[in-house]
Design a protein around this ligand. Structure first.
Ligand code: NAD
Length: 490
């Protein structure tokens, strides 16, 4: 069995205890990762702090940092197939999806590598005579990047690229379910030429090392993606030490189909919103809002399309729906399906585990569709994080907006319409960090991403994201000779 090790200060680190990494397609252990301790977390943070404070990294120009990032991006592209295969074995998502992600991830390192030496301070047009003042962006310090299991390297890249471009150093804590690709990536960190200690990893259970990382006095910022309950705990820890945070949390995103939409496209948009990645995406369009006049037709067409989705081995090109990443998550999804039935929703498709013998060892849940869902039902209010779609009817624009915004979340929303007026109007009124019109589940390195309401704090990707890893220093230089009355404000 492959054993992946952590990297601290450029050196491999094993552990006294190991955690098995299980393949969701067959339930078999295929690799092991170290079960880190609070002492390991402390060592990793201390190494990152040393690399931030002294040695080659703080002495490096922003231009040189940018070159390292771009080289790193090129190496990821070179090894995209290998890394994608590791991710599939760890999280069960389709190889086609993970390879697509791995081939796109380098763009974050190229983009933020390019941005590294374009972050400028400014000279202030001073209102005080003979005083010169300027601002200077400086890196925050040690960043702890905590990632979930659904897209480990993509969500890591969203943190790592701007953090390194800004000049921070990083400790990565990947999900205990899917750490292998992150540990494999560390070989490329070394090959790219990052100095030891600039990027470190510590794997293990959140309950065992999470607090040690998020309350560590030498950590300046926590960049977290995960569930909202964990995010709240991380935010509380950050508050104790007054640390900076970026929180990318859950969602219950509305995907809204108006009767003037091209229904063929809208149906595909509904499918990609919820059944891609077996619904295990924070941006899942898990509430499909359909205008009453086309409600039955859309429900029937989405059901027919989803009914053709091929479940199977995620490594195969022909597979469209893979297993759920973990057993607890599979059981959680199944419990929500039971709950939806009890709440009175009408099951149009799926509703359990598949009966095919060749899928028996995997953690599969059938693509499942519920119609006649009321937005007050738990199936419409809570994040399922699985292939379960709730279809909710609406009457008009105002009604769609009312239902769409009636949620604690605000990560994303989709709108399907043939009307430009309606597209702009809905984009204005929807409370979500991302609104897609006539598309769904699109992301880019240059497009800010993050949540409204309980879906998070801060933004990843885009130019502004680097600011999340910087702080502003204002420098005053007195050009006059002599100091005026020391007892009054200057
Ligand atoms: P999770 O919250 O259980 O775990 C996320 C990470 O936090 C893991 O690395 C885990 O080990 C760690 N962790 C657990 N307890 C901790 C603690 N006390 N202190 C510090 N770290 C701790 O999430 P998950 O189940 O891995 O991922 C699924 C969730 O992630 C879903 O809710 C989903 O919506 C969310 N998500 C959000 C986005 C986004 O960008 N908004 C993207 C993907 C996933």
């Amino acid at each position: 069995m492959t054993r992946f090790r952590n990297t601290v200060n450029g050196q491999p680190r094993g552990g006294d205890q190991w955690i098995a990494s299980l393949n969701p397609f067959d339930g078999e252990a295929w690799a092991e990762i170290p079960r880190g301790t609070a002492a390991d977390a402390d060592e990793a943070v201390t190494a990152a702090h040393k690399a931030f404070s002294s040695g080659p990294w703080p002495a490096m120009t922003a231009t040189a940092r940018g070159k390292l990032l771009r080289r790193f991006g090129d190496l990821i592209l070179r090894d995209a197939e290998k890394l994608a295969a590791i991710e599939v074995r760890d999280n069960g998502k389709l190889y086609a999806e993970m390879l697509g992600q791995l081939r796109y991830i380098p763009e974050w390192f190229h983009y933020f590598g390019g941005l590294a030496d374009k972050i400028e301070g400014g000279v202030l047009p001073m209102d005080k005579p003979e005083m010169f003042a300027f601002t200077k962006p400086e890196p925050l310090g040690v960043v702890v990047a905590i990632t979930p299991w659904n897209s480990p390297l993509l969500l890591l890249a969203w943190k790592l690229a701007p953090a390194l471009a800004a000049g921070c150093t990083v400790v990565i804590k990947p999900s205990e379910f899917t750490s292998c690709s992150t540990l494999a990536l560390m070989e490329l960190v070394a090959e790219a030429g990052f100095p030891p200690g600039v990027v470190n990893t510590v794997t293990g259970y959140g309950s065992e090392i999470g607090t040690a990382l998020s309350e560590h006095p030498l950590v300046a910022k926590l960049a977290f993606t995960g569930g909202d309950a964990t995010g709240t705990a991380v935010y509380s820890s950050a508050a104790k030490g007054l640390k900076h945070v970026t929180l990318e949390l859950g969602g219950k995103s509305p995907n809204i189909i108006f009767d003037d939409a091209r229904l063929e496209d809208a149906v595909k948009g509904a499918i990609s919103g919820i059944f891609a990645a077996s619904g295990q995406t924070c941006i899942a369009g898990s509430r499909l809002l359909v205008q009453r006049s086309v409600y039955e037709e859309v429900a029937q067409r989405v059901t027919a399309f989803a009914g053709t989705a091929q479940m199977g081995d995620p490594m195969l090109d022909t597979t469209q729906v893979g297993p759920i990443t973990t057993v607890p998550q599979r059981d959680k999804v199944l419990s929500y399906i039971d709950m939806a039935r009890q709440e009175g929703a009408r099951c149009l498709l799926g509703g359990g585990r598949p009966s095919r013998p060749d899928l028996a060892r995997g953690w599969f849940v059938e693509p499942t569709i519920f119609a006649d869902v009321d937005n007050s039902m738990r199936i419409a209010r809570e994040e399922v994080f699985g292939p379960v779609l709730s279809i909710i009817p609406f009457e008009d624009e105002d009604h769609a907006v009312e239902i769409a915004n009636d949620t604690i979340y605000g990560l994303a929303a989709g709108v399907w319409t043939g009307s430009t007026r309606r597209a702009f109007l809905m984009a204005d009124k929807l409370q979500a960090g991302t609104v897609w019109v006539n598309t769904y589940r699109a992301v880019s390195f240059m497009a800010p991403f993050g949540g409204y309401k309980k879906s998070g704090i801060g933004r990843e990707s885009g130019q502004a994201a680097i600011r999340e890893y910087l702080q502003t220093k204002t420098v005053w230089i007195n050009l006059a000779e002599g100091v005026s009355n020391p007892f009054v404000l200057r």
